[in-house]
Design a binder for this molecule. Sequence first.
Ligand SMILES: Nc1ncnc2c1ncn2[C@@H]1O[C@H](COP(=O)(O)OP(=O)(O)O)[C@@H](O)[C@H]1O
Ligand SMILES: O=C(CO)[C@H](O)[C@H](O)COP(=O)(O)O
Length: 526
Amino acid sequence: MGSGYFLGVDVGSASVRAGVFDASGKRLAFATRSISQFRPGPERVEQSSAEIWQQVCHAVKEAVSSSGVCIEDIRSLGFDATCSLVALDEQGRGLAVSPGEPSDHNIIMWMDHRAAQETQRINATQDPSLRYVGGEVSVEMELPKVLWLKNHFPATWQSAHRFYDLADFLVSKATATDVAGLCTLTCKWNYLAHEQRFSHSLLDAVELTDLLGKIPSRILPPGAGVGTLSSDAAQALGLTTAVVVASGMIDAHAGGVALAGAEPEGTLALISGTSNCHMLCSRHEIHTPGVWGPYWSAMLPGYWLTEGGQSAAGALVDWTLQESGASAELFNKAEARGCHPIVLVNEWVAALEEQESEPGRYLHVLADHHGNRSPRARPDARGSVCGLTLERGEMQVARLYLATIQAIACGTRHIMEVMRENGHTISRLTLCGGATHNPLWLREYADATGCDIHLMQEEDAVTLGAAITGAVACGAWTTIPSACQAMVRSGEVIKANPARRNFYDRKYQAYLMLWDQQQAINQLMQ
Ligand SMILES: Nc1ncnc2c1ncn2[C@@H]1O[C@H](COP(=O)(O)OP(=O)(O)O)[C@@H](O)[C@H]1O
Ligand SMILES: O=C(CO)[C@H](O)[C@H](O)COP(=O)(O)O
């Protein structure tokens, strides 16, 4: 049994969170800080690694001081972050990632789609290594992004001493060590973990062999200890230099550790934040076209990981609420009541449902507004809405919001169906992320998939997952599963309602038909 306290830091798309956990996984304190996104052009979304590090330091200090824990008792720190690309020069300073932008805007975010042509070029090689990313590299991964920099911004390419995935940047900054995680490299940099090598044929074919001189050569698996905090970092974070730092992880993967670590096989871990990530482990190497992976040991050592995704999940819900004709009314009323706008719009949905059964029956959304990550692997895909009327105000926004959530849930059902068709078993659905604050989302997810949804007691399972990797790294537990058995506790179960099965069987068919119709229209207009 471990003792002491374990820190987890989760860097999501919009905020940084730090949590202090004890050996039973109980959270003693939590702090969040917001982080900026910069949009210098269409398809471009950037961030600043200096700002993120500063916000991490603030969040850690606040969490530790409010926990009441003595800093000498904090044994470890685990980092996770979105899979965004950080560019640094030889002195560790930021390098601009768009011409004309400030040098501290040095992160190309995962959701940035600028590298569409580079993605096509990489996929056109048909290199055998692409089988290990679902058949095609995604525009959201790192090779297309570094290739874009090499082609379009040679000044940054030439000055770049290090490219890091964001989690690895944080680990390197914290330990003054040059290291990359097996998690980030395998899932986002086309590293073939099962063969412990990069594909030289792929890198040669797209003239990226010199990239290997610009990334760390030391690679550590999830739960490995990288080293202890450097004195600079310890001071900045308000911690001691005895704190052990774990190998970095992608945010969805840290969530997957907490959700699936104790019972990996058959558990689909759904991390519902800005995007949706569907993490599934298997002892067998199963290839699922259009679904990322299989990645060897990238989340749980000894397991292949398959990862299905939806690029805009919470982001699409937020956008729907912000862009509706009734947005001002919704946000003003929510502010006046001091509640989240989703609390209010859920009440409006409840009012609609009192008047009619299934208000989403004749309003259908195709939820591909930011492309389709899985299983269609089409970053150029678009959203659509079918069934509009002249309805206005509260009822209009409530209906569209409901139909949007139903569409996102059908997208998950599609991913699950394709996983099963390709030989996966899914016996249990677990969920964490911002969406756990939305009871309507959970209800629709259970009913759309026909699966009960298992939540964790810990509200922020991603941060807990990061803390668990640190607890293993410092030796409190020897393996991630044993740490999960001690630190993760099951929470509420949202039951699927069998009475809605027939509705959702039809709603799902409508969802698939919308795609076919959109494809036909696109062909007509080409
Ligand atoms: N209090 C809340 N009530 C309902 N939904 C929420 C709440 N807070 C966040 N969300 C939803 O969660 C999403 C963000 O999830 P989160 O896990 O915080 O994102 P990320 O990890 O990408 O920063 C938002 O887009 C929003 O739809
Ligand atoms: O591609 C990822 C995981 O593989 C991204 O990190 C993720 O989709 C972004 O996460 P979030 O929605 O939590 O901000």
